[in-house]
Design a protein around this ligand. Structure first.
Ligand code: NDP
Ligand code: 2IT
Length: 449
């Protein structure tokens, strides 16, 4: 794979030199620049304003020490990050991830993707992402609280309701947001909507918990409608069993689909009768257990060790909701060989560049992450609106707005794909539609001399 546009090929070479070894970040940048090649040819004003060079460079990268004390009284040290990628269209906005894999490359790829995703939502939010190489697995509640407080003690210096508004991501849910919110309030003596994904008792929005998974299904519903069909009677495979996966499973089932498999990073469960989501919720949300336990609770279901095996299960619709690069070229080919004809990305960048090529060449329906999983940050944007107006909305109001936003994202991405001469290629459509708004704002705001 190589960029044919000489100018963008040069921009990409520069990004490679400046970010050596950052494979996830380079992958995300390559995919976007590839889609933007016709734009670079047409829009001399963007080239003259250095938009392409600027948009691949984060505005600010903060990295900091997070020291905390574990239950045994031992001092532990992790590394925290906040990458404030682009503020052309609004305050930086994006989640915080706690996972041992977290590093500069991972947070930069996520912040870069977030910039285009947030633009697609139509709401005034710039792109940012943060996290720490902290593993929440096996930690006590007290350890999680002390870590979150120490993390926020530094992060608080860099964020604010009109500056940068973090939220959850992998390893960060309502519990962690609560501990961080409490610490921010203590430090700043301010009760503001500085974080989203808050509890409904502290200014959170109803339907934020469900938003990414529900939004993903609303987006897939639009893709299916373009072929005159729906979720009704379709077999669905959902990877992972975290926040996004659980509510994708819930909405896909409500819309008439049958979800037959879910997973975690250790393995997957197959239930030919359709996943019993109450059991999954009890194991994952209440007991914080492993997906393996499902097979012990539900007769007839089977657990298999190893998470990538989930892509060998025959299905109509695949919803990867776990992590980056969980579908490689071989898994993509297996999915298609077994009859899969629709993929909606719930996780960020779950398909490798090679896997995406397989999906695009085969002509199946493919909903790329920055469009398909934008429901979470959309409802975060609606949470910010409710916080600034001090008026909470009902679940139904938020859900209706979410549906509307996801329909619009589909419509705009599809329209951009047509304009680029690639009708139905939503990778190109989402990248171009997301880029144009940010690029126009960057030109309008000028360059600091
Ligand atoms: P959670 O921490 O709630 O859940 C993560 C889930 O992914 C866990 O079940 C985890 O299993 C599983 N997982 C991790 N690696 C793999 C793998 N290789 N194969 C299968 N499952 C795996 O995180 P979220 O649900 O919030 O996030 C999931 C994805 O969705 C991430 O890519 C995130 O960036 C993205 N996303 C999240 C949004 C949100 O609002 N939360 C919004 C948009 C995107 P285990 O317990 O074993 O680690
Ligand atoms: O990847 C994402 O869009 C998120 N983790 C949600 C970000 C947010 O600010 O709600």
């Amino acid at each position: 794979m190589a960029l044919t546009n000489e100018y963008l090929a040069g921009v990409y070479e520069d990004v490679k030199k400046r970010n050596p070894g950052e494979s996830e970040f380079l992958q995300a940048v390559y995919e976007v620049l590839d889609s933007l090649q016709p734009i670079a040819e047409k829009r001399k004003d963007f080239v003259d304003a250095g938009v392409f060079e600027r948009i691949v460079e984060p505005e600010r990268c903060i990295s900091f020490r997070v020291s905390w004390v574990d239950d045994a009284g031992k001092v532990r040290v992790n590394r925290g990050y906040r990458v404030q990628f682009n503020s052309a269209i609004g305050p930086y906005k994006g989640g915080i991830r706690f996972n041992p894999t977290v590093c500069a490359s991972e947070i930069k790829f996520l912040g870069f993707e977030q910039t285009f995703k947030n633009s697609l939502t139509g709401l005034p939010m710039g792109g940012g992402k943060g996290g720490a190489d902290f593993d929440p697995k096996g930690k006590s509640d007290g350890e999680i609280m002390r870590f979150c407080q120490s993390f926020m003690t530094e992060l608080a210096k860099h964020i604010g309701p009109d500056t940068d508004v973090p939220a959850g991501d992998k390893g960060v849910g309502s519990r962690e947001i609560g501990y961080m919110f409490g610490q921010y309030k203590r430090l700043q003596n301010e009760y503001t909507g500085v974080l989203t994904g808050k509890s409904i008792y502290s200014g959170g929005s109803l339907a934020r918990t469900e938003a990414t998974g529900y939004g993903l299904c609303y987006f897939v519903q639009e893709m299916l409608a373009s072929r005159g069909t729906s979720f009704e009677g379709k077999t669905v495979v959902v990877s992972a069993s975290g926040n996004v996966a659980i509510f994708a499973c819930e909405k896909a089932t409500q819309l008439g689909g049958k979800v037959v498999a879910m997973s975690d990073s250790n393995g997957y469960i197959y239930d030919a009768n359709g996943i019993n989501l109450d059991v999954v919720k009890q194991i994952k949300l209440v007991e914080r257990g492993r997906i393996k336990e499902y097979a012990e609770c539900v007769p007839g279901s089977v657990y298999t060790e190893g998470c990538s095996g989930i892509w060998t299960i025959p299905c109509d619709i695949a919803l990867p909701c776990g992590t980056q690069n969980e579908i490689d070229e071989a898994s993509a080919k297996t999915l298609i060989a077994n009859g899969c004809w629709c993929v909606g990305e719930g996780a960020n960048m779950p398909s490798t560049l090679e896997a995406i090529e397989v999906f695009r060449e085969s002509g199946i329906l493919f909903g790329p992450a920055k469009a398909a999983n934008a429901g979470g940050v959309s409802v975060s944007g609606l949470e910010m609106t409710q916080n600034s107006t001090r008026l909470p909305w009902s679940f139904e109001e938020v859900d209706a707005k979410l549906l509307d936003i996801m329909k619009n994202i589909y419509k705009n991405a599809y329209a951009a794909s047509v304009e680029m001469g690639r009708p139905g290629d939503l990778v190109v459509g989402a990248n171009v539609a997301g880029f144009l708004k940010v690029a126009n704002a960057m030109v309008w705001q000028g360059v600091a001399y």
